[in-house]
Write a protein that binds this ligand. Structure first.
Ligand code: COA
Length: 134
């Protein structure tokens, strides 16, 4: 199995929509951050400056998330290209009141980047495979 990266957020009053559940935009941001952490860890031993989000695919909101839930994201690199990597993220919601359930999933593509001579971020071939992950 590939390395699993973890990222958590607590659902607070400012995150709640008019239906009384977590606003999906916050969940998207958390999925993106969780996947960014996994991408950053994957690139740790390369010369990449970092990684930027290129595409969000297969986003599924499976269960509502409530005030006071912990949202615990588990992320795994499932595919790598030359500069890209696909991170599969699963967000579990958890609380005493509602138990633990798989709330949201997504496949997020990141592209490794470096800064060019003007300071602009440009794609960078990371030369990593899933086998070479440390
Ligand atoms: C990421 C960026 C630097 C890539 O530069 P680019 O010259 O356009 O690069 P390419 O079009 O060749 O794509 C780079 C990689 O992404 C992949 N890619 C492109 N579009 C994709 C899509 N819709 N879905 C999945 N992968 C995609 C390409 O196949 C390529 O992969 P590979 O190098 O592993 O073969 C540039 O598109 C960019 O700056 N985008 C904005 C990023 C951003 O602001 N994100 C939000 C904040 S983090």
């Amino acid at each position: 199995m590939n390395k699993i990266s973890e990222y958590s957020e607590l659902v607070q009053p400012t995150h709640i929509n008019t239906a009384g559940t977590l606003f999906g935009g916050y969940m998207l941001a958390w999925l993106d951050l969780a996947a960014a952490k996994a991408a950053s860890e994957f690139l740790e031993h390369t010369d990449a400056w970092g990684a930027v989000t290129r595409a969000l695919d297969k986003v599924e909101f499976k269960e509502p998330v409530f005030l006071g839930d912990w949202v615990k994201c588990k992320s795994e690199i499932v595919k790598v290209g030359n500069s890209s990597m696909v991170v599969q993220v699963s967000a579990f919601a958890e609380s005493k009141d509602h138990g633990k359930r798989l709330a949201c999933t997504a496949d997020i593509t990141f592209v490794a980047v470096i800064k060019d001579e003007n300071g602009d971020l440009v794609k960078f071939d990371h030369n990593l495979s899933l086998d070479k992950e440390k």
